[in-house]
Design a protein around this ligand. Sequence first.
Ligand code: ADA
Length: 562
Amino acid sequence: MTRLFQRHQKRSVKSLDGLWRFKIDPKREGFEKNWFQEFPEDSCQIPVPSCWNNELGYFDYEGLAWYATTFTSTQKHLNLVFSGVTGLACVYLDGKRLGSHYGGFTNFNFLVKDVSAGEHLLVVAVDNTHDDLNTIPLSRVDWFHYGGITRSVVVMELADTWIRDHKIHYELDQKLENASLSLDLTLEGLTEQTYQRQLRIYVEDEEVYTGTVQVNGATSLQIQRIKLSGIKLWDVGEGNLYRVRIVIDDDDITERIGFRGIEISERKFLLNGRELTIKGINRHEEHPDWGFAVPFKLMKRDVDIIKNLGCNAIRGSHYPNAEIFLDYCDQEGILFWEEIPMWGFPEEPLKNPLIRQRGLQMHEEMVRRDYHHPCIIIWGLHNEIDTRTEAGFEITKAFSELIRSLDQTRPITYATMYPFEDRCYSLVDIVSVNHYSGWYGEELENWKSVLKQLKEKLDAEGNSHLPIIISEFGAGAVYGERSFEAPKWTENYQEKYLEYTLKLLLEDSEICGTYIWQYCDIRSSAEMELSRPRSFNNKGLVNEYRQPKQAYWRVKEIYEQF
Ligand code: ADA
């Protein structure tokens, strides 16, 4: 299951999830030995989707691994869609290379024309090697580099024309009661021929447009200003969604949208014209038994626990989450901040053209994949990169320009760890600061002077209109550690820390949002182990099995008061 609603009624979509053949390739011999044609006999089996690190024997494996499966098709045009393969994926169909894709958290596809009917061999080489200069993320991160085909794979059988791309956008009138809908579509003919197609558009099963289109190769068209009156707004806790169905003779796609207005004005974040206080938490999509491939059941439980905490917002730290998770946030009226896994980059790799190109591609794929989710209210450019440097400025500028060209409706931010030296605030719409006084280094009391200095800097550089979010703050607590004295690593200290910081931040009318670090404990990477008891980042309000720590109820009390 990849989505929470039916995307296609006409297009044939078959899941390739199941048991695939699997073999790790630490010596990197599979390419030379043509494993993509003859898959090795001594391979084992692995579930897809999953992470290999959760299989016995592969706990610490990082590197190259091969996957194979077979499937049968009846049509001649196939679209193979992968929803998440960590790192670099090289894909082969019937022994021939289709291409490759870099980046572990967004979708990619291969359109293959004129395939003969019958059985096919699909082989994927997955390389989740990380280094200090060329990969996003870099080797050193504070989570675990799980490897594998971590999200579903499907094969679509296409007829001679299909709806290759669609973007649905809207404008709301001043009263937020009526909407004007526009669609940018790309229909594609998959042979040399010109096709005449009847195009119909439905909103919640009501036909709102019909017309005839000549389709020759990739054909772009725009449908403008479809009027919808008396709309129900999407809002916090109000998951009002509308199904928009695009249909041609031999294909269809359903999208789900929600109508809501976002504005940034004088240090405020306005949702549907009202000032919003973002009461958020950072969540890694991770669990010790599933790695990144968490089942929907667990995602739902995470959202239930987070809502019960009094939160209205989640930051998808630090990578695009599964689409089905965003579908659920759409339905539940939970606000979502989405970002790419660009974490903790020092100056050197920021100067690397490959990083810039990979970062741009990841942003583009993220925005294109998730543009229609009303839950997404913020695009995050990166996390704790060196934004004090020229290289940091240049890459932030490039990312923000790209996102603005793809989406003019959502504000942009990034999370900085250099609040007083940061050079990039003027490139974004919201200033977001990660800060840990009271955990790393300084005393808790230091928070007051940090906030003061931050506002002074923003005033001095003419950025006092930008809203401020505190995007991370938290303290580590090993589940079950309790004491009378409340030293660090106890649940008592975490409670004391969050009580102090959360109240201070929520009472400050110049701060529009808080994202606690973090929702659940997560497995950390080898590089971080000595500062991470159990090799976990223990700042979760619940542990990795979602058992609540003492601070959970204190945070709930405070979030519910505001
Ligand atoms: C950073 C980082 C998080 C996490 C946190 C911590 O701010 O963005 O991913 O590592 O610090 O626990 O120290």
